[in-house]
Design a protein around this ligand. Structure first.
Ligand code: LLP
Length: 444
């Protein structure tokens, strides 16, 4: 039987188990001196839940900054731009925070582009636009905004972009997103670099396409882009695909094209199970995998990390509504559900769950943590060993900062959670909790 403190490995600097402060809601109760509780930076998680309600997404500014800085450090030797992948978490305040550090952005829709512009208009010139189905309207908006690069995914799309650019009397920089046919060991839904996937153009056909693009008015060939999938923790596929891209860059240059940019996409995975194993090592290995093949190529490297920047910087706080037993199974029914965080249901993803308060001595029990949605697939954890909790206690679902809120829905007419950004001892609501009235607003 493990106690709470030994179970919890933390996600410093954002989320730590600390004895320093007591949750406000406990203050009037019996003295709990010496109790270690989950904190986000300088604030007890229980206090945040009390102030803002649950379910609640909580993000840490210092955790976001730390990860960005780690990226900057390992890529400092080459000209590069981090184009944070907006799809991972598109909250305006988070985009603004990133834009203020000089980040660029990877967008896949006109909506994401509009968010970037709203967060910081000046960041538009550091935007790359990816995605297999860009519409004319989206292209027009991106041209108007003056983005850095269009990542094209088909010949048809190339023709449409040329038409739209001609209509706008502009010349736009393009790259083709090549599909290197490299398997990435990850969940099949988020692996993208094989020929059977819808993404990119086959790398073997790239030279022909670049020849056509450079003969097309209003398009300026500027780079090569690749993205092989997400939550990849083995560095070999990154290295293998970058080898192929580097080879292509050499060929394209010998064909007379000016290739300034290599866009390496995103995909660096995180350790959902062992949060404390650190980020410095993995990101350094990642840089090594990308930079070795690119040596001597003299390109400006674009990176599109999403998860690796924001996942560990966010948690989802939820309260236990009921404990119930069906036969031998013990369930914790919590006030958050698959509509708030769908990753466990959709990808059988593991998220560490921790209890918030206690002295670390509670015995563990094996539970399923489930939500109130009417689906058997509505669970956060199955057969998980957790310190015993009571109805009304709080749980924190860790590493929920990426692909959490952005994938939230209103299924079962459930308003989506509020989001709070913590910086030291200050907490700011960066998205208010939805109301049921909000949910019905656009219906007749
Ligand atoms: N660039 C492109 C072109 C992408 O398609 C993606 C992610 C990224 C960058 C960012 O990848 P990251 O660094 O976050 O791995 N909902 C899934 C993940 C879907 C990823 C889609 N594309 C999940 O929750 O695991």
């Amino acid at each position: 039987m493990k106690g709470r403190t030994s179970q919890f490995q933390g996600r410093p600097p954002g989320f730590i188990f600390s004895k320093e402060r007591e949750p406000r809601e406990r203050k009037s109760g019996p003295s709990r001196a010496g109790t270690a509780t989950l904190h986000c930076e300088g604030l007890p998680a229980a206090q945040l839940a009390h102030r803002f309600g649950t379910p609640l997404y909580v993000y840490s500014v210092s955790a976001i900054r730390e990860r960005l800085e780690a990226f900057e450090r390992v890529f400092r030797k080459v000209p590069h731009t981090i184009c944070y992948s907006v799809k991972a978490n598109s909250n305006l305040s988070i985009l603004k925070l990133l834009a203020n550090t000089g980040c660029g952005f990877d967008v896949v829709s006109g909506g994401e582009l509009a968010r970037v512009i709203r967060a910081d208009k000046r960041a538009a010139k550091r935007v790359v636009f990816s995605g297999v189905g860009k519409t004319r309207d989206e292209m027009r908006a991106a041209i108007r905004a003056g983005i850095l690069l269009f990542n094209l995914e088909s010949e048809s799309e190339m023709r449409v972009l040329a038409e739209v650019a001609a209509g706008a009397k502009r010349t736009v920089r393009i790259a083709f997103r090549v599909n290197p046919d490299v398997p990435a060991k990850t969940h099949p839904y988020i692996s993208t670099g094989l020929q059977k996937h819808k993404f990119g153009v086959p790398i073997g056909e790239a030279r022909g396409l670049y020849a056509k693009a450079s003969a097309t008015k209003n398009l300026k060939v500027a780079g090569v882009s690749v993205h092989i999938g997400s939550q990849i923790t083995d560095m070999k596929p990154f290295a293998a695909s970058m080898e192929r891209v580097a080879e292509l860059v050499r060929e394209l240059r010998s064909d007379g094209h000016r290739i300034e940019y290599v866009d390496a996409g995103g995909g660096l995975g995180i350790s959902y199970e062992k949060g404390s194993s650190g980020f410095e090592g993995p990101v350094a290995d990642y840089a090594e995998a990308l930079l070795r093949p690119l040596r001597k190529l003299d390109v400006h490297l674009l990176l599109e990390p999403g998860r690796s920047i924001i996942a560990a910087a966010g948690i989802l706080l939820t309260r236990v509504l009921y404990k119930k037993r069906n036969g031998t199974k013990q369930f914790l029914v919590v006030d958050s559900a698959m509509n708030d965080l769908i990753r466990p249901s959709l990808y059988q993803a593991y998220h560490e769950i921790v209890t918030i308060a206690g002295d670390g001595s509670s015995p563990n029990e094996t539970v399923d943590v489930v939500g109130p949605v009417c689906e058997t697939g509505d669970f956060f954890a199955r057969d998980r060993s957790l310190p015993s909790v009571n109805e009304g206690d709080l749980l924190a679902i860790l590493d929920a900062g990426a692909y959490g809120m952005v994938l939230a829905s209103n299924y079962n007419t459930r308003p989506r959670p509020a989001e709070v950004l913590v910086d030291g001892k200050s907490a700011k609501v960066i998205r208010r909790r939805e109301t049921i009235t909000d949910l019905m607003r656009s219906e007749v």
